[in-house]
Structure formats: C-alpha cells, structure tokens
Design a protein around this ligand. Sequence first.
Ligand code: AMP
Length: 595
Amino acid sequence: MPFIEVARYYEKIEATSGRLDMIDLLKKLFVETPPDILDRVVYLTLGSIAPAYEGVELGIGEKLLLRALSLATGISQDKLEKKYPELGDIGMLAEWAVKNKTAQSFFQEDLTVNKVYDSLINIAKIVGERAQDAKIRTLAGLFSDAKPLEARYIARIVTEKLRLGVRDMTILDALAEAFLKGRVYRDKLEKKYNIFPDIGRIAKIVAEKGMDGLEEIHVTLGIPIRPMLAQRLRSAEEIMDKIGPKVIAEFKYDGERMQVHIWPNGNVRIFSRRLEDITEPYPDVREFVARAVEGHEAVLDGETVAINPDTGEILPFQELMHRRRKYGVEEAMKAYPTVTYFFDVLYLDGKELLDEPLERRREILLDLLKENEKAKVVEYEVIDNNVSELERFFEQAVERGTEGLVVKDPKSQYQAGVRGWSWIKLKRSYISKMIEPVDLVVVGAFWGKGRRAGTYGALLMAAYVPEEDVFKTVCKMGSGFSDEELESLPKILEPYKIEHRHASVISNLEADVWFVPQKVAQVLGDEITLSPTHTCGWGKVKKDAGLAIRFPRFMGWRDDKGPQDATTEKEIIDMYKMQLTTLPDASEVSISEKR
Ligand code: AMP
C-alpha cells in the first residue's frame, strides 16, 4: 500500500472537526488497507509504531530531524532553523523542505506503508555508539523518497507529534463500523480491548476474521489488562446502601498500582496503572512475588507501598517515587523497601478469572499466594450489614497509614478498564494539616526488628488528661530519629522502665516495655484522625473511637518539660476539630489525584 494514500487520509482527518466524520474517514482507510498490514497503519495513525505499553521510543529530537532533513534535501540546517519559526510546525517544515529540495536523488522510490514502518522500527532499534548517525541516515533515506505530504506526517510521527486527535476508542468505533456489522458489536470489541489493549493486533484480527476473530483474543501473559477502577462515596452508610448488605472492605494503600505477570519459570513483568512496563525499578518486587507464587502462571493486581525498614510502618506515597528515578535503584531499594499487597487474581494457569465473582477470586488468591515479607494479601474484612463495623475498619485503616478503604461487592466480576460501582473508595477527608508540633509523654515501647534489633522500633506516646490525672495514648512513633538517637533510646529510657503498665496510663495496646510517664518528646505528625485503637479523646468526638496522630515524627526531647506540661487530651481534641472547620472540603484533593 503506498504511504501517500495513508497521508491523504491523515490530511482529511486533520481537517475534520466532527467525531463522526473522523470515524467515517478511519473506517474508509481501514477498509482500503490490506488486512495483513492493518496493525501497522493503526499504530502509525496513533503516532507510534507499537502499543503504548511496549514503551518503544523513536528517540528523534528536533535537532536530529533537522539534520536528516538537511541531508535529504540539500537545504542547509541553518536555513531550516530560520524557516521553522515561520511555519511553526515540524511537519510543515519537512513538507516545505521536500517541496523546495535542491538535492536530486537518482534512485527515488515510492514509499510504501511497509517501507515507512520498517524504517521507523529500525530507527527505534538502533542503539550504541554510532546510533545517532545511523538513525539520521535511515531517516534521511525516508525523506529522500518522500513526497511533500508524506514528509509532513513522517516528521510528526518520528518526533511524537502526530496529534491527529485519534484515540484508541475512536479506532474501536471505526473498526466496529468497518468489520463488525456496525456498532452493535462495539461493546464486545471494547471488552476484548480492555483485556488485550494492543489495538493494532486487534485491528488485524477483526479485519482478517471478523467477529469470529474476537473469540481468539484472551488474557495473555506479557500483555497488560486495563485495570479496574473505583468510584467514590462520602460515607460508610452510603456505600452500604449502594453495594451492601455484604461487602469486602479492603485497606486502600497509597502507593503504586501494579499488575504483575508471572511465568512458571519465575520470569516477572510489572505494569503500572497506565500500562507502562515498570519492571525495571522494582527488582525486589519481582523476586518476592516470584517466590510467593512459585511454579504458576498468573496475573495479579495489587498496590506497592514504601515502608520504614525498621518499624514496618507504611510511609507516604512520595517516598516510593525515589524508585522511579532513573538511577540508584539499588540505593533506593535499601533505603525505601516495599511491600506489595495483592487484592486480585485475574488469570491463573491458563484460566481467565475475570468473570468469576470477587469472593471466588479472593479464595483463589488466598490459596495461591504463599505470603512472604514483601508479598502479601491485602488486609480486608468481610462485613455483613454493619455500618459501624465498616466505620471502625476505616478508622483502623487510616491509623495504619493508609488512605482509607476500597469497599467491594463480593459478587462482582473484574471489569477491566471500567470505573464501576462495584468498587467504591472511602477516603480520609483531609491531608497534612497538623502544622504545630505537640509534646507527648513516652509510656511504652516496642522492640525493633532488622536494623533496629536491640533497640526500640517505636515508642508509645501519650497526651496528658489533667482532669483525671492520667495519660492516654495517641500514637506509636518510629520515625524521625537519627542513628545516634535511636541507639541511645534504651539507655535514655532505662531509668523509667517498669514491669507492667503504669497505673496512670490508659492504653488498649500491649507494649513490649512499659515506662513511668516522665520523659517528654516533641512530636510532629501529618494530621489527627479518628482511631479505633488509641485512648486519647475516647468517646468524646465519636462513640467507641479515640484520636491518633498520623505519621508522627520525633523532633527532639523536651527535658525542660515534665509530664504534666505535656499537650493535653483537650488540646488534641481541639486540634482535631480545628482541622475539620478550617478545611471544609479539601477532601477533593488527595495525594494520589494530584499525581
Ligand atoms: P484513586 O487513585 O483514588 O482513584 O483510587 C484507586 C486506586 O487505589 C487504585 O488504582 C489502586 O492503585 C489503589 N488501591 C489501593 N488499595 C487498593 C485496593 N485494596 N483495591 C483497589 N485499589 C486499591
């Protein structure tokens, strides 16, 4: 197929503003294209040469392009650079250059789709020392053979600026019109696309085999499934009304979505929520997941969070982003280890599981995954017709450093690519609003693990209640210590150590070591949240709940203060209420949405 035919369609598509006209033009283009190269035409129409998740980059910047253009046309680079601002678009510049070329090529051949596509693949593949020169030569070869209109689109494709405004969904519409007896089959086509988002291959299959071809499309290891997404409601009650009475409530970890494909030989590939291949920055996830499902073929869905290596606490999402930097994966892996919490299994040993109800998929997941320190099943509860139980679980989730819950309908199928009502998120409603530090009393401690073996992993901190002359717990603090401070903890606290909980300490938690309430530390947290665990403010803000400081960090000792000078329960309650009144609707802005 001559490339000029495709270029003429692009020109028309560029000129239309109506979506239906665009679909119509695409339909005609697809029908005219020989089926065996339709995949190539589809990739090119989307401005690339492969499905997005393969991450193929052409790697041609504008500078390189100008060099290739100059080589092919005999027009100096200088002149091209001067002309560029006048035309304002790299495609128009290429078209102008080819139209006005001074160099004559003797063996000019008409370009075909295959010739253009193969050259682009070559350009993408060339690596190594002389890569740049080789890329330029290949590209110049294309420009020498190109007609002006062809040059316009080649230049835009290689610089990743095609921008015809055609998206995958428009292509699906056009494919259904062209090969599947109209729009009736559009939904079926989209369902297949959602589990196999290689739009080029899908196009080729339906062009060659029509509707029957669709039956051949299955979940395939190495090809990401479009993830299912969640809706959102504001309260546990609303969620119960919507999908209750029986629900599966899961912690909503604030990390990175991961779809993990595992081969029986231990090979693993990881895809992001946007279907990019993110295997590289997560060698540890790869290793521990492979170990957890050894010998199986599987596709799992989960969320990876960064954790504090010493205390096991979940860290805020930002800490994970160290992994996404290009360099230093090794260092980041040590400083910011991760845990992956799996909440779904989509495929196992040759069987697609998407249409199984969630409760069945959960059983399969529990059977399959041999949990280890870095690969676990999501923390969840099955709750039957009990709103206050759902609220309590939500508070527990927030206190544990997560964003809240994702509540799911146990009977629901996995709807790939869909933001449906069978998954509903319930998020904490504000972020990072604790500006002032507080002064809290150390009343207990927990032994550390790993690097912190031999010292404390976290201290149990309490606020003072002058009315009752008692201390009520408000957080476990394991962050913010320097190495020296950490090491010195047992020694500093030794004088206050006692065998049992002190009579003036009110705690629901069982510490490993108890202290006389004496030593005061300054603590800064992110915010104050409701808590099913801590006793500070118990029953005073809400029945059967206390208050907790989220992500508390040690800021230093306050040896100038005695335990009675510590921040009081009442002050903490007031701070909690202040957060609510000063921030009426920060709820819409969550960290993950800002990403
Ligand atoms: P959001 O980004 O606020 O729309 O929330 C949806 C995201 O929460 C998903 O894409 C996942 O990355 C993440 N997530 C964390 N925990 C879960 C869970 N248990 N089930 C589903 N999604 C989860």
